[in-house]
Design a protein around this ligand. Structure first.
Ligand code: DGT
Ligand code: CA
Ligand code: CA
Length: 583
């Protein structure tokens, strides 16, 4: 997604929050929708504007006249006055405050007006001293929940979701690569390892003209702080709030530097120990035997010279990958053959406009075809979730007809692609689901997930999910632990018990690729595979543009040592249908 689209979308979301704070009707929704639209666009707003002027912006569906004006204002001046005025009127960190689970814009407004709270720290203090519970509509329980949520939010403060960082990495990399004399640019650190959250971005550059690169790097328009600028290392902060480190490395030691700065720190510490045991010395300049450098040009050279295969960056966490890499080098089964994005043949958890998502089933399908998939599973929300226009039994059967009609059309057109009908059921408090078995039977498969009553005891929550897994029509459990990155811990669960039972019932657990979820996480994925479970990587797309989040789920799966055979949506359509039937 183009960077300026993301920035404008972010501003619109904040405006929506300010409007909501003031209890303005309808308008917040318009800004939210505009934000979503812009985020979903492939073309950059400035390109559209350059080609067709303000009129072209107005023509974008979901963008009205007054919002189009604001977009143009931003493109011309880098600012939106309407937004600046709001920021002046309410000097509060609305993004941070609304990031606390259970705190919405309206609450933020009340907290500000009654208690003068403008940031997380102030909210924490007020909750700790019992001031929050005294506000109308709050109460003791809300205060306790806020306090718990806030501690969680603060712990992950300063780190960014991989998806927030990723678009910038791409664009910075492209710009650096375009500078005269630059021969190679690599991203390393946690971004290369595809960690779920990122502290800062690390770049390595190979060039004959270091000064040119450093001057460019430190004078980009988005730079708000220069932490340090030197001939081989510089460090900056960008307007978006995150830091970028850049190091210039000579051709001769590029591989060792890449290895070192990819980390993780734990991996490197263990690796240096291995080097020492072999009578060698390893650092960012190379692998040395006495004073003689024996490897440094490429990463593979460095690992090979230590008698190891090169472990994929995603698993460099010192959880057994070094031992495995030593084994692999000796021709034994060591490193896993990790799943790749291109192995994915379909996406089984997607929403359509039937449940309030953005796109029609056909549009979702066409987008999946464009990605080279063989199938897509439409699994709209069901009725318990009233806000999402959840489907009831009758609507599900109407949807079935529509899907059959589209499939017939594909067949007539000779398109080798199939839409499957799933549904994302709600697991109610007692473990039952909100759709009758007679309707579930007619689906290709059912997914079930928890969307309410998150705070239950470990035993109750575990039993709740287990009861759903025992329903023979429920093939997949969506986002099994319910965690939301930077916002909420997963529900308390006896995960071993769930894995044991999933093995018995043949239930497939989901790796949800939504960047805020990534649920199951890496450790649970690895554990699930150890239990012999099959998993599915889904995007949970609510619009066709979300289908590209598959990359985050696949990376998470790789971090959990998953291979192609562990993931059912690498199966061909025929194999998948057979598998769903058998289970
Ligand atoms: P982050 O930025 O917190 O998301 O995580 P990283 O892994 O990107 O950490 P960062 O940016 O501090 O450093 C990049 C890499 O440099 C790190 O993964 C490994 C290497 N490195 C940095 N400091 C040390 C260190 O003290 N010892 C070792 N062995 N490696 C280090
Ligand atoms: Ca980093
Ligand atoms: Ca760094």
């Amino acid at each position: 997604m183009p960077v300026e689209n993301r920035e404008i979308a972010k501003i619109f979301y904040e405006i929506a929050s300010f409007l909501e704070m003031e209890d303005v009707a309808f308008k917040p929704y318009a800004y939210q929708k505009a934000g979503l639209t812009i985020e979903g666009m492939r073309d950059s707003l400035s390109d559209i504007y350059k080609k067709g002027g303000e009129q072209a912006i107005e023509k974008i569906p979901g963008i009205g006249k007054s919002i189009a004006k604001k977009i143009v204002e931003y493109l011309k001046t880098g600012k939106i006055k309407y937004y600046q005025d709001y920021k002046r009127k309410y000097p509060i960190d609305i993004q941070a405050l609304t990031s606390v689970e259970g705190v919405g814009p309206k609450m933020v407004g009340q907290l500000y007006r009654d208690l003068g709270i403008t940031n997380l720290e102030e909210l924490r203090k007020a909750a700790e001293t019992g001031k929050v519970r005294k506000l109308p509509n709050f109460g003791e329980k809300t205060e306790r929940n806020i306090l718990q949520a806030i501690k969680f939010a603060m712990r992950s403060k300063g780190r960014f979701l991989l998806s927030q960082i990723f678009p910038y990495v791409e664009s910075i990399k492209k710009e650096l690569s375009g500078i005269k004399g630059v021969k190679k640019v690599s991203v390393c650190g946690s971004v290369r390892r595809m960690e779920e959250t990122i502290g800062d971005i690390d770049f390595l550059v190979m060039t004959d003209r270091p000064k040119l690169v450093m001057d460019f790097f430190c004078s980009q328009p988005k730079v708000t702080k220069i932490w340090g600028k030197g001939p081989t290392k510089s460090s900056i902060r960008l307007k978006e709030g995150f830091d970028v480190d850049l190091r210039i490395v000579s051709e001769g030691s590029y591989g060792s530097a890449l290895q070192y700065f990819t980390g993780s720190k734990e991996h490197n510490i263990h690796l240096r120990k291995v080097a020492i045991e072999k009578g060698l010395k390893l650092n960012e300049y190379g692998l040395f035997k006495g004073k003689r450098k024996i490897a440094s040009k490429t990463e593979e050279d460095v690992y090979m010279a230590m008698g190891m295969a090169c472990p994929p960056p995603e698993i460099r966490t010192d959880r057994g990958e070094i031992e495995a890499a030593l084994k692999s080098f000796q021709g034994k089964k060591g490193l896993p053959d990790l799943i790749r994005l291109k192995d994915i043949k379909g996406d089984l958890h997607c929403h359509s406009d039937w449940d309030g998502g953005k796109d029609a089933i056909l549009e979702m399908a066409q987008s999946a075809i464009g990605r080279g998939y063989e199938y897509i599973g439409i699994s709209d929300h069901t009725k318990f979730l009233k806000i999402e226009h959840g489907l009831d039994e009758r609507k599900l059967s109407l949807e079935r007809k529509e899907i059959d009609r589209l499939n017939l059309r594909f067949k007539k057109q000779g398109i080798n692609f199939k839409i499957l009908q799933g549904a994302e059921l709600n697991i109610l408090k007692n473990g039952s689901v909100d759709i009758a078995d007679s309707a579930l039977r007619k689906l290709d498969y059912a997914i079930a997930g928890i969307h309410s009553d998150f705070k239950m005891s470990k035993e109750e929550m575990t039993e709740r999910i287990i009861k759903a897994m025992k329903n023979p029509y429920i093939k997949i459990i969506a986002h099994p632990t319910g965690r939301i990155l930077k916002k909420r811990e997963g529900y308390s669960l006896d995960i071993n018990k769930i894995f044991r039972l999933a093995k018995e019932t043949g239930t497939i657990l989901e790796i949800n690729s939504c960047p805020e979820r990534l649920d199951l996480n890496d450790l649970n994925i690895r554990k699930a595979i150890g239990f012999g479970l099959k998993l599915v990587i889904n995007t949970d797309a609510h619009q066709k543009e979300h289908l590209c989040n598959m990359v985050y789920g696949v990376s998470q799966a790789r971090r959990g040592w998953a291979e192609k055979k562990d993931i059912i949506n690498t199966y061909s359509l025929k194999k998948l249908l057979g598998f769903l039937k058998k289970n």
